[in-house]
Design a protein around this ligand. Structure first.
Ligand SMILES: C[C@@](CO)(OP(=O)(O)O)[C@H](O)COP(=O)(O)OP(=O)(O)OC[C@H]1O[C@@H](n2ccc(N)nc2=O)[C@H](O)[C@@H]1O
Ligand SMILES: Nc1ncnc2c1ncn2[C@@H]1O[C@H](COP(=O)(O)OP(=O)(O)O)[C@@H](O)[C@H]1O
Length: 272
């Protein structure tokens, strides 16, 4: 039987407000999440026992055993499968690579076995519910509340400076845990009003992440210098995104960033 293919797009937090902390230590979030055109590719097929092979340009260091979220997702679905993960996204990068991979495995298994995933996606990771939706959404709670919304497509450049960032370390370095939630966003679907609103929003994890990895500050400056309308970090970092007026401006900015920083991961893409 031919493997079922599933795409695992990069998750981008256009905003990430930390609004409180639960007694168990998890933080309450209010985040506008979108998905990029770039991502990992999963090939999943039924098998007698679980196996995982990781290939692709970003495979180095990604676990090929039960530590991988893909493996955990298949176990949660409840059937052994053979998985090939073609890794294009940097890991530990604030773009939900592992979570999006896990969600793609669940989607592929839903197709293969003809039944919906009946487990709790949140138990796999706080980002897995929104990645299972794979559509623009307001994410709240600790990640379990996901409200789909329509969002004008945005031309963007994603930049990762090649440093892995630990999500718990960034949350730990956060100074204020009780910050205001997002305000209501414009409903007119216009790119200019969405951009103006986004500029007034925040990623509360950006200052602590810059404290942990100062190169993130240099990425944001480089995106500003390439003419981004808005430059901000995604998730707990270190990947940052720049929003550009159109696709050709994003492509030109990406070329400039690659020339100046050949060791950085730089991709022009569309966020939807
Ligand atoms: C910060 C976010 C924003 O979208 O993205 P990433 O930076 O991971 O991409 C996510 O909330 C991360 O989701 P995910 O990476 O799935 O988190 P988990 O594995 O569940 O948790 C990793 C650790 O992050 C912290 N954590 C995570 C989510 C949350 N709402 N509060 C937390 O305090 C906890 O220290 C937890 O032990
Ligand atoms: N499928 C996967 N892809 C990448 N990393 C994974 C995967 N499964 C487990 N991991 C582990 O999870 C950690 C966090 O990776 P990732 O999900 O990409 O980061 P983030 O939570 O910042 O978006 C990595 O350090 C890696 O060891």
């Amino acid at each position: 039987m031919a493997p079922t293919e599933a795409f695992a797009p990069a998750k981008i937090n256009l905003t990430l407000h930390v609004t409180g902390q639960r007694a168990d230590g998890y933080h309450l979030l209010d985040s506008l999440v979108v998905f990029a055109g770039v991502g990992d590719v999963l090939r999943v097929a039924p098998a007698d026992e679980m196996s995982l092979r990781v290939t692709g340009p970003m495979a180095a260091g990604v676990p090929e055993d039960a530590r991988n979220l893909c493996w955990k997702a298949a176990e949660a679905f409840g059937a052994p499968v053979r998985i090939e993960l073609e890794k294009h996204l940097p890991a530990a990068a604030g773009i939900g690579g592992g979570s999006s991979d896990a969600a793609a495995v669940l989607r592929a298994m839903e197709t293969i076995y003809g039944r919906p995933f009946s487990g709790d996606a949140l138990r796999l990771g706080a980002d897995v519910p929104v990645c299972l939706l794979a559509h623009a959404a307001r994410m709240s709670g600790i990640g379990e509340q996901v409200l789909p919304l329509s969002q004008p497509p945005m031309d963007a450049v994603l930049v990762n400076p090649g440093v892995a960032v630990s999500t718990p370390a960034v949350f730990k370095a956060l100074r204020s845990r009780d910050n205001p939630p997002m305000t209501d966003w414009p409903l007119d679907g216009r790119s200019d009003s969405t951009l103006a609103w986004l500029r007034t929003m925040r990623n509360d994890l950006e200052p602590p992440a810059i404290g942990v990895q100062p190169v993130i500050g240099r990425v944001l400056t480089a995106l500003d210098e390439e003419g981004a309308d808005l430059a901000r970090m995604s998730g707990s970092g270190a990947t940052c995104f720049g929003l550009f007026p159109d696709g050709s401006a994003a492509t030109a900015a990406a070329a400039g960033l690659r020339a100046a920083h050949p060791d950085w991961w730089v991709v022009a893409t569309t966020l939807t």
